[in-house]
Design a protein around this ligand. Structure first.
Ligand code: UD1
Length: 418
């Protein structure tokens, strides 16, 4: 079993380039199906979830190969429309392949993306939107058989701004006759990245980044070479590591506008942060202060994906900070592990109160989920002694090599593969 071994107490100093965004590359990999052509994705992060997407593409008859840091995908050979239950369960965002397969094949068969990491993650909005575009969906035994011989552009209203549903519908709409309008769309920067990718392939999508996205369907799409946007959650993780350990670092490619709610909280806590257009410099040379209540919310609110790492950064702050998780029901699973390291955290339902302590100590801890695992690494850099972080396959889903990046920033952390 692989683990990460970290010793806290070192100030961070150094520079790292932020990897390509997981939440951007996954829908873009599904979107490559629409082109029936060769696509080069530059700065594609090597992640377990990317590997899972590649396996889905391969079972559908497509090919993918790495060329350095680029992934070259060829979807000309697409011949299947079924994603097996095993592949669907590997990764939650596999559901986004549904819209793309329907657009290209007129039918698809998938099962519900499995597991319960953060609480229930329904896909009802994806399915009702696809029905509005003309898909017939029959469900039995957890398998969804979808038929859409003729998708047609319609107005789809989302009752909440689901990132995945917005992306799924954008992809299906590319294969629909006429124009689709998604009202109540999610505003996340990754939606804009998907729009930019689709337009680079010849699509006509507009409005991403606002709550109304329009897609003109049935345009002939072609391959392209596209650079994936930087990962704002990885950037937030490294800024929180700096806040926890102190020091002065530079994150190349990071863009503050992508996660301004996180940088605002870190500034309030006492960090100095500056975006020079090429990256972000962050310095922190004193004990952090508590911050005003952190309430997770859809973009541009505080991202749920950065809740755990900010919590880890504030464990040794002065005063108490209240967190309220409004997106997922079960997103405090890392708390018990942080408590093993000496943290003072109380949770009640969706609220957690972090009271700053003077010292944290190293301990054997286990990742409970992707961002909770990253939070354990952040806390370990502020703890005295050694922390052994186990079950790091969760972290591998979303970070290319967290130990390599934190080492480059001066941290004492290494990966032990056994
Ligand atoms: C995406 C991100 C994930 C992030 C989340 C919220 C990817 C690959 N993942 O996940 O990292 O934590 O956004 O920012 O981009 N919901 C429904 N019905 C649906 C769909 C969603 O009720 O059909 C609910 C969910 O249960 C959740 C909320 O809507 O409470 C937001 O979910 P959504 O925006 O869809 O998240 P994901 O796309 O799964």
């Amino acid at each position: 079993m692989s683990q990460l071994l970290a010793r806290g107490g070192r100030r961070l100093e150094g520079e790292v380039a932020v990897q390509g965004a997981k939440n951007s590359v996954l829908p873009i990999l599904a979107a490559t199906l629409l082109t029936g052509d060769q696509v080069e994705l530059r700065g594609c992060p090597r992640l377990r979830d990317v590997d899972a997407s590649i396996r889905i593409l391969e079972t559908l008859g497509c090919t993918a190969r790495w060329e350095g840091t680029s992934l070259v995908v060829d979807t000309a050979g697409l011949k299947g429309w079924v994603i097996s239950d095993v592949l669907m369960r590997e990764m939650r965002s596999s559901a986004i392949f549904l819209g793309a397969i329907l657009a290209r094949c007129g039918r698809a068969e998938i099962s519900y993306p499995g597991g319960c990491e953060l609480g229930p993650r329904p896909i009802d909005l994806h399915l009702s939107g696809l029905r509005t575009l003309g898909t017939e969906i029959q469900e039995s035994g957890g398998v969804l058989r979808c038929e859409a011989p003729r998708l047609s552009g319609e107005c789809v209203v989302l009752s909440l701004p689901s990132v995945g549903a917005t992306e799924n519908l954008m992809l299906a709409a590319c294969g629909a006759e006429g124009t689709t309008t998604i009202v109540g769309a999610a505003l996340e920067p990754e939606i804009l990245d998907l729009q930019n990718f689709l337009n680079a392939c010849g699509a006509k999508v507009s409005g991403a980044g606002t709550s109304t996205v329009s897609i003109e369907g049935k345009r002939p799409l072609h391959g392209c070479s596209y650079e994936i946007m930087p990962d704002r959650v990885a950037a937030a993780t490294y800024l929180c590591a700096l806040a926890a350990a102190g020091g002065d670092i530079y994150l190349r490619r990071a863009r503050e506008e992508h996660f301004a709610a996180v940088t605002a909280a870190l500034r309030e806590a006492g960090c100095e942060i500056e975006d020079d257009g090429q990256g972000i410099r962050c310095a922190c040379n004193r004990r952090l202060q508590r911050v005003r209540p952190v309430r997770t919310a859809p973009y541009p609110g505080f991202p749920t994906d950065a809740q755990a790492v900010l919590m880890a950064a504030l464990l040794r702050s002065q005063g108490a900070t209240v967190f309220e998780e409004t997106i997922f029901e079960n997103r405090y699973r890392h708390v018990d592990e942080l408590i093993r390291m000496g943290a003072d955290i109380r949770t009640a339902g969706r609220v957690a109160v972090v009271a700053g302590v003077d010292r944290l100590h190293g301990a054997p801890v286990r990742c409970t989920d992707l961002r909770g695992g990253a939070a354990l690494c952040v806390a370990a850099l502020a703890a005295e002694g050694e922390t052994a972080v186990g079950e790091i396959s969760h972290i591998d889903r979303g970070y290319e090599d967290i130990a390599r990046d934190l080492q480059a920033l001066g941290a004492d952390i290494s990966r032990l593969d056994q």
